[in-house]
Design a protein around this ligand. Structure first.
Ligand SMILES: [Fe+2]
Length: 320
């Protein structure tokens, strides 16, 4: 692990471990402290490395009744296409752990062409992500949830200002290439920006949510206040708020949805701020000026986002 203290701003080199790294060491050094790490060579000998192309993925998933195309990625159930990869043992153990929220579709496949950019954001539902670069290469930037970027009001996307160097001032961040076969652990609430480097880049993710965390951060505080606000509004007979919020969520692509998807919130030691909800709402609304100022950058970014191709289940035996 790097020597820099967790709260110190500036660049740090991401930790790297080998594929035979033990579960216990992974948990104590990275998972419980929520620090990112690259585990090298995880997918080195997977058949997927040779087999996977966009065409292969679409044809293989079209045969799986429960696989589906989301807005920007494909969802899979655990162990689908299992002849193509081996689920790392540490991922298996975390998916099976009693203190993990899992979902029926716990795997995602991303297919990106060269120069595709995923703009700054952190993943919703406080997911821990195990992201293996099956083919290709991606350039990653990660920013600690202790030094958050400015976000659009009430969502987990950072305001696009067209100036990464400026955004990273006073942030605790790392920057690296994720190479073919390597697996990146992205802890909950870490901001990331990702740029695809090879002609075709396919990533396989496992995602899950810890039911309990001992790590506190500004971003966790913001997430908790968002959920407390939702609960407050929903519980105080503002039925129209709940209806509207669910309606907006249903219309949004998955990566912009804001509703917590589990029965209960995670257990944390994050202290609650005095007048937290009121302060939260004021802080979110204060981001409106910055949002409007940079609105053009966001519009052009969303216009060039390419949703994944739908899975043509009826036509699954036809060549692409
Ligand atoms: Fe993400």
């Amino acid at each position: 692990m790097n020597n820099k203290s967790k709260s110190e701003a500036g660049y740090f080199a991401i930790a790297r471990e080998s594929a035979d790294f033990s579960f216990e060491d992974f948990v104590s050094r990275y998972y419980s402290t929520e620090q990112p790490v690259i585990i090298e060579g995880v997918g080195e000998s997977w058949p997927a490395k040779q087999r996977w192309t966009e065409t292969y993925i679409r044809q293989a998933l079209a045969k799986e009744t429960k696989a589906e195309a989301a807005s920007l990625w494909y969802w899979m159930e655990r162990d689908m296409l299992s002849g193509d990869y081996q689920t790392p043992k540490l991922v298996q153990r975390l998916l099976d752990a009693s203190n993990t929220f899992t979902r029926s579709k716990s795997m995602r496949i991303w297919v990106h062409n060269q120069d595709n950019v995923s703009s700054w954001h952190f993943d919703g539902n406080m997911v821990s992500v195990f992201n293996t670069q099956v083919t290709g290469q991606k350039e990653w930037f990660l920013v600690s949830p202790d030094t958050p970027l400015h976000c659009y009001p009430f969502v987990n996307f950072a305001i696009m200002n067209g100036n990464d160097a400026k955004s990273l001032i006073h942030k605790r961040y790392t920057h690296f290439m994720l190479n073919e076969g390597d697996m990146l652990y992205i802890p909950p609430l870490w901001f990331h920006k990702v740029i695809s480097k090879a002609p075709e880049n396919i990533s396989l993710n496992w995602i899950m949510t810890k039911k309990e965390t001992t790590v506190c951060s500004k971003t966790l505080n913001r997430e908790l206040e968002k959920y407390r606000l939702q609960e407050y509004l929903f519980k105080h007979r503002f039925a129209w708020v709940k209806r509207t919020s669910k309606m907006i969520d249903a219309k949004l692509p998955g990566f912009l949805r804001s509703n917590w998807r589990y029965q209960s919130m995670i257990i944390t030691q994050q202290p609650q701020r005095r007048f937290g909800l009121a302060r939260y709402v004021l802080e979110e609304l204060s981001a409106l000026g910055r949002t409007l100022w940079h609105a053009r950058k966001a519009r052009s970014y969303y216009q060039q986002l390419k949703p994944v191709k739908q899975l043509d289940k009826a036509d699954m035996n036809q060549p692409d």
